[in-house]
Design a protein. Structure first.
Length: 206
């Protein structure tokens, strides 16, 4: 029994993207001084690959596993092999770290709940873990609280869906989900409302 022509055409079309994807991986190659067991490079020159030994790249000790590099070879994302001591925080070993081309750490997925600048940030680790964000100078920008938290007199609720707390660069509360009824300038706002404040503590929304 012959296979209908349209199925052969469909099968051929389906095979091409899979073959192209497989061909995009290079194995056991060195890029920017890093030996990758496998790696692929996108059109913009961004590298995503895996390493099987601890490797220091751009001054960062990277644990075996996934390693992403910016086109210039600067680490873009990696798992910290050791603590990273910074002026405003210490990043624990085992943290999944993202940074910009200047080497400024932008986000982290901590392996466990971690206190940063007085705030207990939820941690789960890995590339898909709960993210904690930072300003270029290392000030805490956004985190997911582990428990109900009061900041600048505002009761903030925890939660992985809508419970991110955002801070201004000066450390003041920028945005949170209300964990309880809150009264501001005579206005009563209900629990579960998402609010946004200016850097000097004025209500901006809702």
């Amino acid at each position: 029994m012959k296979t209908p022509r349209r199925l052969l055409i469909f099968g051929f079309a389906l095979f091409l993207p899979i073959a192209a994807l497989a061909a995009s991986w290079q194995r056991n190659v060195t890029l920017h001084g890093v030996l990758f067991t496998k790696v692929r490079t996108d059109a913009a020159g961004f590298h995503v690959g895996e390493i099987d030994t601890e490797t220091v790249v751009g001054g960062r000790a990277c644990r075996p596993g996934w390693l992403h590099l910016h086109p210039d070879g600067t680490p873009a994302a990696f798992t910290a092999a050791h603590e990273i001591a910074l002026p405003r925080l210490t990043i624990p070993a085992g943290t999944w770290v993202r940074q910009d081309t200047a080497g400024n750490i932008t986000t982290c997925a901590f392996p466990t709940d971690t206190t940063v600048q007085g705030h207990l940030c939820r941690g789960t680790g890995g590339p898909k873990g709960v993210q904690t964000a930072f300003y270029p100078d290392g000030a805490l920008k956004q985190f997911f609280p582990v428990r109900p938290t009061t900041l600048d007199g505002v009761p903030c609720a925890p939660g992985l869906v809508r419970g991110a707390i955002e801070l201004h660069a000066n450390g003041r509360l920028k945005s949170c989900l209300l964990g309880d009824t809150w009264v501001h300038a005579g206005r009563k706002l209900r629990k579960g409302t998402r609010i946004t404040l200016t850097a000097d503590g004025q209500l901006q929304s809702p």
